[in-house]
Design a protein around this ligand. Structure first.
Ligand SMILES: [Zn+2]
Length: 1009
């Protein structure tokens, strides 16, 4: 027994009274027994409540004595891809937390009076090149190449005829095997116009790479060799094709200086990669809603022609920078928020007051409504209410209403939510040190539960469960001297053995909780139990919340495939042979329906589940993540967890996850003005009908992507309106409605649609669409659908908006010039084109992560940031300008940080100066740098400080902690790093950017011919 109180007599656990017992059990009273071992030594089919009358330490000893030998041990992190049977080498892939920066506590609320918004003129979407000028044009594949040159392409008389180019025409980086066989490893890049951005002489040119087939012809395949060709085919100049880096830089320069004012309908916001402030003047901030287009075609025919998906990516509880105010809370007292009688839309700045202010016309359904007497106000000479700027709901895009009891379950105001920590104490969890680490951390973390702004302490109550094949509940009532354990071994029919003392206030029960957290690692220290259950654990947490009549969140810390006999028992069904077959989709589908059934019950109770996984081998993430996915929860995965390597990442994620503000028991509804309607939804939630998005929990990182379709003709004059209403319970138990409004333009000219698109949002939508598609369709079919849609979008532009030009030209709309490169990144992502090193679990994990990502997250996830470290002046405090994610851009005399929101690499070139190596790694030469290093030494010199500061700043920008991996040029680990150089061909067969662009060009020409 750990604790300072010395030996004490074993405490007698509280037995539930029969009344309590019956209240929480569906079955007749169960047999109470003398102290007994929990592990499977019970008569089957007998309901048992095992009340441990033992001192807990002696129980643990007993468990050890009776335990089984471990079934397997973690083999430790693999060191190379070849040996990576599990996942990437314990890499911290997919995992982040703003280091040293506590997430914001509950948003301060209040209504300190609204300032009169300034009316400023809208700025037009910048950077638009009128289609008449042809937009950005791509260099010809046959003509002389000059960067940025506008040109006419080759006249291709046989667009379908693709022939292989002569080997000497291939650029570095586009070598391939194929009918021609491996190409010579080296050749001189002598093509005019090829100007590598960085040191072009980097390393050996990529040599022939067997098994490196490309699905698309390499770049210079447009000209037919047999046709008349005045010039030999030339490669497409990588510097002359649209560069993500350039687009991002231009937007930062053009739009990062002025605040984005939301007063004008249909404005395209700055890119997600640009830092900008938002002033709410009547439309929701782009931090809450981003659209694929801010100008919607008036008719469905036009929309069908363009094939541009109409979708909004909504993040209802998005966290804001400190400079921007949280939405005001409006309290209309007992009458509640004012709504349209017909469509139930909430009062918003677009409602039209008429008849001197006595009535208002709904902007969504045109219904005329009476204004209640208490809400009456006179109109000014423009027809605006004179109090418009005093009322958030009449002047702002985003605000909250206090909900009345009518908005509450069972017409009863909710109780504050509860958090239940459910800890796997099987052999693997104990052996890795996870349980000890977690219990130690919880002791301090419990002081940082989410609070409502200004509150002294959190209203959230906490409870604790440990489990392996059986569940152990703990009574941590403040009046107890010691915590008490109750064991439930009847996992087939889960119930909660205690009510009183299970969910407690942290401050009141602090001593008992601390004692419990001290004892848990000791109690199970000698366990040999390797089997776990899973469904009964969530069932127990959900039942506990139900019994306490509150919503809440379960934090599950789980290590292995739940193979113990219990509902939701799983088998290892991983089968890599299914990849690229029609049955591949089964890898993403849950094994049994038990998980969906359970998730549905959890949603009904407002029970959100966050799952922390620590697997050593296959755990079937596709099945285990069903409940988190459907309850608005999060999944974190730490493959082959080792305390020394992974504690920083795990603890950072845990701290952030526990502290973040969550809306509980939420329902979201998106209303639209006449003519369009929401038809499809993507994200982590559950839907029992076609309109209501049910979220047991929703945090500030989660988005819901909504797709719209026409059901009538839209009107250019009135535009189109969206209203997202989220009803939720705050972390203090207050029932609220958060409203976001957005007005969009409507157009009769396709050019207006293409001029007001946002490619980053399009990619977010298309990735989610595709990642859902793999559940039901072969992966290849999903990929083909994306390619076809992209080609149709661009062909429609080419046909209807661009100036007439020869068919050889590839003309891209300015706002979509990055669509091909980004789409290619989606197509070659692990979910849609897995490499040999990616596990089934990792694919399922990424698939569910992307489902609720916002636009900024998908942007960097699919096209990682690559930052050179020694090019910019050492004293510069700003982030160095990024370079394109291609090996050609790497200089072997430099170092680079690469991040994609989940992974973080530091790549060190082989010719980096010795002084730099010394300053950063405290070793004298490149060869002495430890490959795979995850922590840089803390050294007192400007370079070390700068690089470590930059790493901290990158981590702070992401919602999950990114573990660092140091990769040396030419080292084995470099393969991992190269996987993220997304402009290059990938080992899994993904096309290079250049090749894909050429392929896309071909597809477009086919559509146009
Ligand atoms: Zn209405």
């Amino acid at each position: 027994m750990v604790g300072s109180q010395g030996p004490q007599p074993p405490p007698f656990p509280m037995e539930p009274t029969m009344a309590q017992y019956q209240a929480i059990s569906k079955h007749p009273p169960k047999v109470c027994q003398e102290p007994h071992l929990p592990q499977g030594h019970l008569q089957p089919q007998q309901h048992r409540l095992l009340v441990a009358r033992l001192h807990m330490a002696s129980l643990a000893k007993e468990m050890y004595r009776m335990g089984q030998a471990p079934l397997f041990r973690c083999k430790g992190p693999p060191t190379s891809l070849a040996s990576a049977s599990g996942s990437f080498p314990n890499s911290g892939l997919y995992g982040s937390y703003p280091q040293g920066q506590a997430p914001p506590l509950s948003q301060a609320q209040g209504h300190p009076g609204i300032q009169t918004p300034q009316r400023s003129a809208p700025s037009q979407a910048s950077g638009f090149t009128p289609p008449a000028s042809g937009g950005p044009r791509l260099p010809s594949m046959t003509g002389p190449l000059l960067p940025g040159q506008s040109f006419g392409g080759p006249s291709v008389s046989q667009p379908n005829h693709v022939s292989s180019p002569p080997p000497q025409a291939l650029p570095p980086g586009t070598q391939m095997t194929g009918p021609l066989g491996p190409l010579p490893p080296m050749h001189s890049p002598q093509q005019p116009g090829y100007q590598p951005q960085q040191n072009g002489s980097f390393g050996p040119t990529r040599g022939p790479q067997p098994n490196y087939g490309s699905p698309y012809p390499a770049a210079p395949t447009f000209g037919s060799q047999s046709g008349p060709q005045p010039l030999p085919p030339k490669r497409l100049d990588p510097d002359a094709i649209p560069s993500p880096i350039q687009v991002i830089e231009d937007d930062r320069n053009n739009r990062g200086t002025e605040p984005f004012v939301t007063g004008v309908r249909g404005q395209v916001p700055p890119l997600v990669t640009t830092n900008f402030l938002v002033k709410d003047q009547g439309n929701a901030s782009p931090r809450y809603i981003r659209c694929t287009s801010y100008n919607i075609p008036c008719t469905s025919d036009m929309a069908k022609q363009a094939q541009v998906p109409l979708a909004a990516v909504i993040k209802p509880l998005a966290r804001l920078p400190p400079e921007e105010a949280s939405p005001y809370v409006v309290d209309h007292g007992e009458s509640g928020p004012l709504r349209c009688n017909r469509c139930k839309a909430y009062m918003c700045p677009f409602m039209q007051f008429i008849e001197g202010g006595r009535r208002f016309q709904c902007c969504f359904c045109s219904c005329i409504n009476d204004v209640p007497p208490q809400y009456f106000q006179h109109l000014d000479h423009t027809g605006k209410r004179v109090d418009a700027y005093d009322r958030p709901e009449l002047s702002l895009g985003s605000y909250e209403f206090l909900a009345t009891v009518d908005y509450c379950k069972n017409s009863k105001f909710p109780s504050p939510p509860a958090f239940i920590f459910m800890i796997d104490v099987s052999y693997n969890a104990i052996r890795t040190g996870l349980v000890r680490l977690l219990c130690e951390e919880l002791k301090s973390l419990l002081d940082f539960l989410p609070r409502e702004g200004g509150a002294e302490e959190s209203a959230i109550r906490v409870g604790f469960v440990t489990y392996n094949k059986v569940l152990h509940f703990y009574n941590v009532k403040s009046s107890l001297a010691q915590p008490q354990m109750m064991v439930v071994s009847d996992v087939a029919d889960m119930f909660v053995p205690l009510l009183d003392g299970f969910l407690v206030n942290v401050n009141e029960s602090r001593a008992v909780i601390t004692s419990l957290l001290d004892q848990i690692p000791e109690m199970f220290a000698d366990t040999r139990e390797t089997e776990t259950v899973f469904v009964p654990v969530i069932q127990a947490g959900m039942e506990a919340l139900k019994a306490a009549e509150c919503a809440g969140k379960l934090f599950l810390f789980h290590t292995s495939l739940p193979i113990a006999e219990a509902p939701g028992k799983l088998k290892n069904r991983d089968d890599r042979k299914l990849i690229n077959t029609d049955k591949e989709k089964t890898l993403f589908q849950p094994q049994t329906g038990a998980y969906q059934t359970l998730a549905k019950e959890c949603v009904a109770q407002g029970c959100c589940v966050d799952l922390f996984l620590f697997p050593n081998q296959y755990v079937d993430v596709a099945t285990l993540s069903v409940v988190p996915q459907l309850t608005g929860g999060s999944v974190y995965k730490y493959a082959c967890f080792q305390v020394e390597n992974d504690q920083e990442r795990f603890l950072s994620d845990l701290r952030r996850d526990v502290q973040k503000v969550v809306g509980f028991d939420a329902v979201m509804r998106v209303r639209t003005s006449t003519g369009i309607r929401a038809v499809d939804f993507f994200g982590a939630f559950y839907m029992s009908n076609t309109t209501d998005v049910e979220l047991a929990g929703l945090d500030g990182d989660k988005t819901v992507t909504v797709e719209f379709k026409h059901d009538d003709r839209l009107n250019e004059e009135s535009g189109a309106l969206l209203q997202c209403a989220l009803l939720y319970t705050s972390c203090a138990g207050q029932r609220r409605l958060r409203i976001h409004n957005l007005a969009l333009n409507c157009c009769t000219q396709l050019a207006d649609l293409y001029r007001n698109c946002e490619t980053d949002t399009l990619i977010n939508y298309m990735a989610k669409f595709a990642y859902r598609g793999v559940l039901n369709s072969p992966v290849k079919a999903v990929r083909d659908t994306l390619i076809t849609q992209c080609a149709q979008i661009l062909a429609c532009y080419r046909k209807n908006c661009a100036s007439p030009s020869s068919a050889g030209q590839l003309i891209l709309p300015e706002c979509m010039k990055l669509l091909p490169v980004y789409l290619n990144c989606v197509l070659k992502s692990d979910v849609l084109q897995p490499g040999a090193e990616i596990t089934t679990d990792d694919r399922a994990y990424v698939r569910q992560l992307v489902t609720s990502m916002d636009v900024a997250e998908t942007n960097v996830f699919f096209y990682p940031r690559l930052l050179p470290l020694t090019k910019s002046p050492i004293e510069s405090t700003t982030e160095p300008p990024a370079v394109r994610a291609s090996e050609e851009r790497l200089s072997n005399g430099d170092m680079y940080l690469l991040e994609n929101g989940l992974n973080l690499f530091l790549w060190v070139g082989a010719s980096v100066q010795q002084g730099v190596v010394q300053s950063l790694f405290s070793v004298s030469s490149f060869s002495q740098i430890t490959s795979g290093l995850s922590v840089l030494p803390v050294l007192d010199n400007p370079l070390s400080k700068k690089v470590r500061g930059l790493i901290d700043s990158l981590r702070a920008q992401r919602s999950r902690y990114m573990k660092l991996i140091v990769v040396k040029q030419e080292d084995k680990l470099e393969m991992l790093f190269k996987h993220f150089l997304v402009e290059d061909k990938s080992l899994s067969g993904g096309a290079s950017y250049v090749d894909f662009l050429c392929h896309m060009h071909k597809e477009i020409r086919q559509l146009l011919s």
